[in-house]
Ligand binder design. Structure first.
Ligand code: C5P
Length: 205
């Protein structure tokens, strides 16, 4: 069984994907981390994110980098959204994601284009969303807990910029697959969102 979980930043898709993987005992891939690794490699080398050639040169990262907490920062996330718009970067990461999805026994993948491009034949597709304001509030709280000094307005502006870039790019834009079930987590606790996700998987299998 392949479970594809797509949605924008701070929608809850990562938490839901991890919980589904645990519940169904399936391996999980956070595909955003791959784009974050490209961005981090590029940043470290002092290269230019807007340059396609520089972004492509940063695709050969070491797997150990995927465990680096720095990848999860907003700085890297913002740049991941820039480098992920370059078609050759997406092409360089495609096979790795498809192979993960196709492993015997199945897998859970979360990202922006899993249900549309990486695994269009997935048995279960969820599109997780929440309003931009609520996503910004969640992210702001998380950043404050980490000790970051940033305003809610700035976080909201970043979220809107990232949504716009991810949904407007020409290659594999963030889009709800036609056969995806929508899960709006705006007014759900984490537990309630996970229960709802499990119920949606049960309905579809
Ligand atoms: O999900 P996360 O915030 O970690 O993703 C970082 C960035 O990577 C996203 O803003 C998006 O531009 C890109 N991404 C993508 N396709 C995916 C996963 C992430 O383009 N499947």
């Amino acid at each position: 069984m392949i479970i594809a979980v797509d949605g924008p930043a701070a929608s809850g898709k990562g938490t839901i994907a991890r919980a589904l993987a645990r519940h169904y005992n399936l391996p999980h891939l956070d595909t955003g981390l791959l784009y974050r690794a490209v961005a981090a490699t590029l940043l470290r080398a002092g290269l230019e994110p807007a340059s396609e050639a520089d972004a492509v040169a940063s695709c050969g990262f070491e797997d150990e980098l995927l465990g680096d907490p720095w990848l999860r920062t907003d700085e890297v996330g913002r740049l991941a959204s820039v480098v992920s718009a370059h078609p050759p970067v997406r092409a360089a990461l495609l096979e790795r994601q498809r192979n993960f999805a196709r492993q015997p026994g199945g897998a859970v993948l979360d990202g922006r284009d899993i249900g549309t491009v990486i695994a269009p034949d997935a048995e279960v597709k969820l599109f997780v969303k929440a309003t931009p304001t609520i996503r910004a509030q969640r992210r702001h709280l998380e950043l404050r807990k980490q000790g970051a000094d940033t305003s809610l307005d700035k976080v909201l502006a970043d979220i809107r910029t990232r949504d716009e870039r991810d949904s407007q790019r020409s290659e594999a834009p963030m889009r709800q697959a036609e056969d995806a079930a929508v899960l709006d987590t705006s007014f759900l606790s984490i537990d309630a969102a996970v229960q709802r996700a499990i119920a949606l998987v049960e309905q579809r299998t």
